[in-house]
Design a binder for this molecule. Structure first.
Ligand code: FES
Length: 128
């Protein structure tokens, strides 16, 4: 968006980039790979194929050869351990729970490529 400013006898045009244009990635996927010891009081996504999910997301994205910058990467605990393995997609702020390897292609096809989050895997939160 350009804004015109009149300053003394000069016209200045200032460009303000919309928020989306300041994002490095059009979709940024964080996959929890946190690993706790087997006897820990809480489960951990790393124990539940979190790392394999990361590899699967990277492959599914690369297979599309998309023109837009998308990144999938390992993440630490998202504090939704009991709903794991967990994945979050930004800038949408969509959280997925109990993600299995055979869910990856659907998330990429529907959400990442078509922009339609996968409802059946989505974790819902109520804000206080
Ligand atoms: S270990 Fe994955 S959300 Fe906590």
């Amino acid at each position: 968006m350009f804004i015109q400013l009149n300053c003394f006898n000069y016209r200045l045009f200032v460009y303000f980039a919309p928020m989306e244009e300041n994002l490095k990635y059009s979709k940024h996927i964080f996959i929890c790979t946190n690993q706790r010891p087997a006897n820990a009081p809480r489960p951990s996504c790393g124990e539940e194929h979190g790392l394999a999910l990361t590899v699967a997301f990277k492959k599914a994205i690369n297979d599309y050869h998309l023109d837009v910058p998308i990144r999938a990467q390992k993440a630490g605990c998202i504090d939704l351990c009991e709903s794991g393995p967990t994945v979050v997609v930004y800038p949408d702020g969509v959280f997925y729970g109990n993600v299995q390897l055979n869910d990856v292609q659907e998330i990429v096809d529907e959400h990442i490529v078509k922009g339609r989050p996968v409802e059946r895997l989505q974790l819902k939160f109520k804000r206080a």
